[in-house]
Design a protein around this ligand. Structure first.
Ligand code: ADP
Ligand code: MG
Length: 173
């Protein structure tokens, strides 16, 4: 079974970190939709949002999702990819969708520890824990709606990989 694996979840949940490790373990390639679209546009997410607004960024994100999707790939997505019904359906129909679920304090702690990774403009301009809490409140249901499996992303990266692999094995059995 070489269906692509889509990793979804909030900023800081570990999509990139866990995705790389999962790809290595599965013998899959790894791709990050945010990195892909920034390379394609030759602009950062912040620049795209500044010039084209969030709607422009979201359109590019859907195009990136469609362009990169192929077998034997682990695809790390942007935190807001699930805002679009189309993206949620696309991922469910084209691969296995895994929600890396972690509580607000874990997410905020990671983002605060590594602020250099917060290149993306904040969504609300509020303190990080408040923003994470608000974003999760509206998006958690959408992540769950899109996902085939929900895993505990507060564990160390390799434990998250093991939980994903166990879920995929069960699904195949
Ligand atoms: P995302 O791609 O979902 O935004 P990242 O993989 O970039 O998240 O991780 C954000 C930060 O949290 C990074 O500094 C990373 O090292 C750290 N991190 C990610 N996953 C874990 C984990 N399971 N345990 C501890 N730290 C993690
Ligand atoms: Mg990432």
């Amino acid at each position: 079974m070489t269906l692509p694996i889509f990793l979804i979840g909030a900023r800081g949940c570990g999509k990139t970190t866990v995705g790389r490790a999962l790809a290595l373990s599965q013998g899959f390639q790894f791709i990050d939709t945010d990195s892909w679209l920034q390379e394609e546009a030759q602009q950062t997410v912040a620049q795209i949002v500044e010039q084209e607004g969030w709607a422009g960024f979201r359109a590019r994100e859907t195009a990136a999702l469609e362009a990169v999707t192929e077998p034997a790939l682990v695809i790390a997505t942007g935190g807001g990819i699930i805002l679009s019904d189309y993206n949620r359906r696309f991922m469910r129909e084209h691969g296995r969708v895994i929600y890396l679920c972690a509580p607000v304090d874990v997410l905020a702690g990671r983002l605060e520890a590594f602020p250099q990774e917060g290149l993306r403009p904040t969504l609300t301009g509020k303190p990080i824990s408040e923003e994470v809490s608000e974003v999760l409140a509206t998006r958690d249901a959408l992540y769950r709606d899109a996902a085939h499996f929900v895993v505990d992303a507060a564990q160390p990266p390799l434990a998250v990989v093991a939980e994903i692999e166990a879920a995929l094995r069960l699904a195949r059995a």
